[in-house]
Design a protein around this ligand. Structure first.
Ligand SMILES: Cc1cc2nc3c(=O)[nH]c(=O)nc-3n(C[C@H](O)[C@H](O)[C@H](O)COP(=O)(O)OP(=O)(O)OC[C@H]3O[C@@H](n4cnc5c(N)ncnc54)[C@H](O)[C@@H]3O)c2cc1C
Length: 397
């Protein structure tokens, strides 16, 4: 089968790219290894940059209706301040020209809204990419069911263990020595939390509790670990007890959220990233192939911009490719191949430094926030507390 644009992976990056292209009148085929949308997982922070991207692909209104706006961030430290706030940041939703727009969006809701925007047949499930080959100007994309797609453009949005990134020469993403867990809880009669992002620092761990809407609460917990915690991976009950034990004297309502989380609603993942120098030196695009978001820049979640940058990547990539394919002359020729190559190079040029900035900042912040030494604790809780509270907003500008 011949397809103009093949996108590998129906996650946030893949679907946003496909929708961006669809809005420009360009058809793409999204191939996804799973037999349906992978809607497991919970929620993620969306800052102003994410809302601008969602506006561009015209799905922001329906998401806004389903998620409450957050008006502040409060950081509390168990270490130096014995459970008292170290930093308080108002989001000033209406103060600036546009104001900050911050919400905690449920992953499932976003993926379903994205997927519902496409004509049927855009996403092909149970289609794992197992091999990529070249044939003239086309890429041959071999799927696990034995079929082969001939693609004029191949886009890898296939997550942390990416077949397309491997083809481009990237190494496997590295384990950073930390893991993350989290869950969500639904309160039939409302949870009663303020619309704020509450963060907690303790010895070597960090946690957050955020309201998605009036009834749903999302929490996360990250911790340092030299191994990949196979024991806790198999026992969410142990994971829950570990988190509660480490967090110590957190407020009762926060403790109750973690306690109330059902065990099959807790996921533990080792955190991985690509070192910043690989981001600068690696092939983000080569000929008519490129990668986006986790396939290119797996990063730690410490500044809460993982999902937002998937949306950013998607719209920039769609725009660059749209410009390259606007001119219909010489279709299938070397001229078109060159235009595609230039378009993808333009996308890589625009995104590479942004990726570098996000990965480096997130890694450094994670290191400081999860520190467990007297000097770093002092720096985090006394010197850098206000700066760290402001940073996610700065990264969204
Ligand atoms: C199941 C799941 C749950 C998550 N839960 C959370 C969460 O609760 N909070 C949070 O902040 N982030 C979560 N994330 C991470 C977050 O969604 C991503 O880090 C981020 O949005 C980047 O998205 P992405 O599209 O680059 O990658 P992903 O969202 O990882 O999507 C990649 C997609 O590619 C598919 N794929 C991989 N290899 C192939 C192949 N060879 N052929 C075809 N398809 C392939 C995968 O099945 C997957 O659907 C989760 C990710 C996943 C996959």
């Amino acid at each position: 089968m011949e397809e103009d644009i093949v996108i590998v992976g129906a996650g946030m990056a893949g679907l946003t790219t496909a929708l961006g292209l669809h809005r420009l009148g360009l058809r793409s085929l999204v191939v996804e290894a799973s037999d349906g949308l992978r809607t497991t997982g919970f929620a993620f922070m969306t800052w102003t940059n994410a809302w601008l991207a969602l506006d561009v692909v015209c799905i922001s209104d329906s998401l806004r209706q389903q998620h409450n706006q957050l008006f502040g961030l409060q950081t509390t430290s168990k270490v130096i301040f014995q459970g008292h706030p170290t930093a308080e940041r108002q989001f000033n939703a209406t103060g600036t020209q546009r104001g900050h727009e911050i919400r905690c969006v449920q992953r499932r809701t976003l993926l379903e809204i994205l997927a519902n925007e496409f004509p049927s047949g855009t996403i092909r499930y149970s289609s794992k990419v197992v091999l990529i080959e070249e044939s003239g100007y086309l890429k041959l994309v071999h799927l696990s069911d034995g079929s082969i797609l001939k693609a004029k453009v191949l886009i890898g949005c296939d997550g942390v263990i990416s077949a397309v990134a491997k083809w481009l020469g990237f190494k496997k993403a590295a384990f950073v020595g930390r893991s993350a867990t989290g869950g969500s809880v639904y309160y039939e009669h409302g949870h009663g939390f303020e619309p704020k992002y509450f963060r907690y620092n303790a010895e070597g761990v960090r946690s957050g509790v955020i309201a998605c809407d009036d009834k749903s609460i999302y929490w996360f917990f990250t911790f340092s670990s030299s191994s990949k915690n196979e024991e806790m991976e198999e026992s969410p009950a142990k994971m829950k007890q570990f988190a509660l034990g480490k967090l110590g004297n957190i407020p009762d309502n926060v403790r109750a959220v973690i306690e109330k989380t059902e065990l099959d609603n807790i996921i533990l993942s080792p955190l991985r990233f690509r070192p910043p120098w690989e981001i600068l030196l690696g092939n983000m695009s080569k000929t008519n192939v490129c990668v986006a978001r986790d396939a290119f820049q797996p990063m730690t979640p410490d500044i809460g911009h993982v999902g937002c940058s998937a949306l950013e990547d998607g719209i920039v990539l769609a725009r660059c490719l749209g410009e390259a394919l606007r001119d219909k002359q010489g279709m299938g020729s070397e001229e078109e191949y060159k235009r595609i190559e230039m378009g993808l190079r333009g996308y890589a040029k625009e995104r590479r430094w942004r990726a570098f900035e996000l990965i480096s900042t997130a890694y450094t912040v994670g290191y400081i926030q999860q520190s467990n030494g007297r000097v770093l604790n002092f720096l985090r809780d006394r010197v850098l507390a206000t700066f760290l509270a402001r940073l996610p907003l700065k990264m969204a500008s």
